[in-house]
Design a binder for this molecule. Structure first.
Ligand SMILES: *[C@@H]1O[C@H](CO)[C@@H](O)[C@H](O)[C@H]1NC(C)=O
Ligand SMILES: *[C@@H]1O[C@H](CO)[C@@H](O)[C@H](O)[C@H]1NC(C)=O
Ligand SMILES: [Zn+2]
Length: 380
């Protein structure tokens, strides 16, 4: 479209000028008032990296069953020579139908990129930390869940692994069902005796063996890679729904990491901050204790196998009482993004404060040897 009116012309100039004041940061258009499809996410993630090369880098950590890229960004000014920055991780989870979580992850990218050099807090984060954001860790399932309003498809949860014909249903055996629940496929508490996770027709099918899926292997390998192993200090994985701030561990009841108190105190502070915005009330605890055990979870595995300290799952709004509300009305996406971001800031502030005198450990692993005895963050 040509710019015909002088007024509009001035407005365009003003917008360009404002962007300059913002240090040239810009984000591609992404409409957070509607639910978007995968191509919009893909274009946005690639575009935001392309447009902001001085502090945003595109990350492709692997490919899905159907060949889609697992995309994210690293937001952060480059480290000073000879230094490793502390890293944090935000993701929109891996459950296909949980569209709001994917969109909230984009809201976080918007917040960080647009806030750099215009918001003091965010400028500090971008300078001090490397912030990894992976909006969609199961694009195949997401694409599938967008193809129909039929409940079986729209409420799809798993990836798109080919059918397995050993499924069971009421009074039936040898039923063929597709898909693996990526959040049951990690190597923690995994057992062929786990019912219903051992049933291919369950929504929560764990897969034939731990890390049978390319999507979970990609996350595992990146988490263990020299790029972030030993410097990743906090990780928040978003799901919907329930308003739960979930602590580890979830593969067994009443089972906690030794630093659970620190994780709980920070979670409560973050949840209080979220509440202050519009009274969205989160319950804090392990999902195993609040809801029931779930083996093979991504965040449990990460907490157990890496020195990453603050590891959380957020079940975003609405609360548990709202039945089948995986897709809140899209006009809620921005308010949910805003309030959740306030909680994320509490976590980032704590990470910055707590790691002031830390030197991240050197990369010593190439993906096989790390376990909970690995060196913790070393204090200078
Ligand atoms: C199908 O699922 C069962 C139950 O987990 C598993 O034992 C079997 O190996 C799977 N088959 C294939 C071809 O993956
Ligand atoms: C990396 O893995 C290979 C085998 O996969 C092994 O031979 C090598 O020693 C490992 N390197 C480190 C630094 O752990
Ligand atoms: Zn989920």
């Amino acid at each position: 479209m040509f710019v015909r009116s002088p007024c509009l012309y001035l407005l365009v100039l003003l917008v360009i000028w404002t962007r300059d004041v913002n240090g040239g940061a810009r984000t591609p258009f992404f409409d957070l008032t509607v639910y978007n499809d995968w191509p919009q996410f893909e274009d946005y993630i690639k575009g935001v990296a392309h447009d902001n090369p001085s502090f945003v880098q595109l990350k492709t950590i692997g490919r899905t069953r159907e060949g889609r890229p697992l995309l994210g960004v690293r937001i952060g000014k480059p480290a000073l020579p000879g230094k490793r920055k502390i890293a944090v991780w935000l993701d929109g989870g891996n459950h296909a139908r949980e569209w709001p979580a994917f969109h909230v992850a984009v809201y976080f990218i918007e917040k960080l990129v647009n806030g750099y050099l215009s918001d003091d807090k965010i400028t500090k984060y971008v300078e001090t930390l490397d912030i990894y954001v992976f909006p969609v860790l199961n694009p195949d399932g997401f694409v599938y869940s967008r193809t129909s309003t039929r409940a079986m498809i729209r409420q799809w949860r798993k990836n798109r692994a080919p059918e397995n014909c050993t499924g069971t249903g009421p009074f039936q055996t040898d039923i063929c069902c597709e898909g693996v629940d990526l959040n049951r496929n990690y190597d923690i508490g995994f057992s062929h005796k786990n019912y219903p996770f051992n049933n291919p027709c369950s929504d929560e099918f764990q897969g034939p063996r731990p890390f049978s899926e390319p999507e979970t292997r990609a996350v595992r390998d990146f988490i263990m890679s020299s790029e972030i192993y030993g410097r990743l200090y906090a990780l928040v994985s978003m799901h919907t729904h329930g308003q739960l701030w979930i602590l580890p561990y979830n593969y067994q009841k009443r089972t906690y990491p030794q630093d659970i108190k620190d994780l709980e105190i920070l979670a409560n502070r973050a949840a209080d901050r979220v509440f202050a915005y519009r009274e969205t009330k989160y319950r804090v605890g392990t999902a195993a204790d609040m809801l029931g055990t779930a083996t093979g979870g991504a965040t449990d595995w990460i907490k157990k196998n890496t020195p990453t300290k603050y590891v959380y799952v957020l079940e975003l709004p609405p609360d548990m009482k709202t039945w089948f509300a995986f897709q809140v009305k899209p006009h809620w996406l921005i308010p949910i993004g805003k309030e959740t971001w306030l909680g994320i800031e509490v976590i980032f502030d704590q990470v910055v404060e707590e790691t002031k005198n830390f030197q991240p450990t050197e990369p010593t692993t190439n993906g096989t040897s790390a376990d909970s005895r690995s060196p913790r963050f070393r204090q200078l």
